[in-house]
Design a protein around this ligand. Structure first.
Ligand code: IMP
Length: 174
């Protein structure tokens, strides 16, 4: 069956929102020890753009997480495939997530990082699908709230495909 890629959020809309988020974060973290934690793989594009929209000096860490297989529904099991390269004690952690869907991944990461005694820990998510929420998690900085559809592009995949699309899109079968 043929597939059609339909844009949900354009490159331009993403750029404007990421710039605004960057300005907000720059202000709030001006005198802090900011560490951006990029949750791989889906957040790599968002983190790259967000980091460049933030003026505050920062460290960037990468965390490998697997919560989805090849399909589109979560197993509820979050597996760390690559840990941070350094301790985060006393630092101000900002977890950068592509999308908060059920909330299980962020809940797990908050629990994990709290045990490492950072000075503060907050969440920045590009997308939120509230209709699918299974656990309440705080999202301190949010790009867009979206309806209950599986989205791809701007780092997000479907079975490892479509991460390189510049806009956030849905795949439709024709
Ligand atoms: P959660 O644990 O259910 O909140 O899921 C978080 C992870 O599931 C995200 O970081 C994504 O990797 C993946 N995910 C959830 N919804 C989508 C989607 O619509 N498109 C692509 N990946 C998604």
């Amino acid at each position: 069956m043929a597939q059609r890629i339909v844009t949900m959020i354009s490159e331009d809309e993403i750029r404007k929102r990421v710039t605004a988020l960057g300005a907000e974060i720059s202000k709030e973290y001006a005198s802090k020890n900011l560490v951006l934690v990029c949750v791989l793989k889906g957040s790599f594009v968002f983190t790259a753009d967000l980091a460049r929209a933030i003026e505050t000096p920062m460290r960037i860490e990468f965390l490998g997480v697997r919560s989805y297989g090849e399909g589109t529904s979560t197993s509820g099991v979050v597996q760390i495939t690559q840990d941070l390269s350094r301790p985060i004690e006393g630092e101000d952690i900002l977890i950068v997530e592509d999308i908060v869907d059920t909330g299980l991944t962020i809940a797990h990461l908050l629990d994990l990082f709290r045990t490492r005694r950072p000075n503060s820990i907050k969440v920045c998510a590009l997308l939120h699908k509230p209709a699918r929420s299974r656990i309440q998690v705080p999202i301190d900085y949010l790009g867009f709230t979206i309806e209950e559809r599986f989205v791809v592009g701007y780092g997000l995949d479907w079975g490892e495909k479509y991460r390189n699309l510049p806009s956030i899109s849905v795949v439709e079968s024709e």
